[in-house]
Design a protein around this ligand. Structure first.
Ligand code: SF4
Length: 249
């Protein structure tokens, strides 16, 4: 017979011999819930004002987009159509849009005059990657986001040493930026994609964990940062859209 008084609470190991598995699953569930609550607060309740999602439709973009589709499938999703993407990325974009039922994906092209003035033969990336990113990504996004108060990104801390202190919410000098997946690991992403049966970007299994424009994206070796194949050997680590506005200009 149990002694009188308060009884100890049951622990995971009382019901499951491998408590670490229980802890891992619970941790993942709570991480998904936190991300969903953040996205819902921003997109449904409008807690950050008028907000867009920016997606590259790259390696694991399906995770953020699936969470968005769950609470606000009509939210604006901005895709920077640089004209330099892998064909696989464009097909993946179309597949995800159909699969998730996203109804407001906007493919934003660079300014035609800037292209004809500065990159008439399409090879600026080989001479000046910063300027190429400026006219194909930074300026088109700035023009688009001028109509918004905030944006949501899919960035994660594990992706690169330069992102290991990524906050959930930040100010970029012009907009509030929300990073609901900041604390997700590669395993979290894989588990979520598996659970939801989400399609992988076709290049992910071919050694491209981070996928940008075709001329500036190479395969990554085991043990390298996920973004090590981006602008490899150039010292460049970001296209500029994620730099604080006083540095990206
Ligand atoms: S990633 Fe490369 S091709 Fe794409 S905009 Fe930047 S420099 Fe140009």
């Amino acid at each position: 017979m149990a002694p009188p008084g308060p009884q100890p609470e049951a622990t995971a190991t009382d019901t499951n011999p491998d408590g670490s598995v229980v802890a891992l699953k619970l941790d993942r569930r709570l991480r998904v819930r936190r991300a969903l609550e953040t996205i819902s607060s921003v997109l449904v309740d409008g807690s950050a004002g008028k907000t867009a999602i920016v997606s590259s439709f790259g390696g694991e973009s399906a995770v953020l987009l699936a969470l968005v589709a769950e609470v606000a499938p009509d939210a604006p999703v901005i895709f920077l159509e640089t004209g330099k993407h892998f064909p696989e990325t464009l097909r993946h974009r179309d597949q995800l849009v159909a699969r998730l039922g996203l109804t407001n994906v906007q493919s934003i092209a660079p300014d035609a005059t800037a292209l004809s003035d500065e990159d008439p033969d399409g090879t600026l990336w080989a001479r000046d990657t910063d300027q190429c990113c400026t006219i194909r990504k930074v300026l088109p996004l700035e023009r688009t986001l001028a109509g918004y108060d905030a944006w949501i990104t899919g960035r994660k801390r594990f992706q690169a040493a330069t992102r290991n202190a990524l906050p959930f919410v930040e100010w970029d000098g012009q907009h509030v930026k929300i990073n609901p997946l900041a604390d997700w690991t590669a395993d979290d992403l894989a588990a979520f994609m598996d659970e939801r049966d989400l399609p992988l970007h076709p290049l992910t299994k071919q050694g491209f964990p981070s996928i940008g424009c075709m001329p500036c994206t190479e395969r990554v070796e085991d043990g390298e940062d996920a973004r090590a194949g981006r602008w490899r050997g150039s010292g460049k680590t970001e296209c500029g859209i994620h730099l604080p506005k006083d540095r990206a200009a």
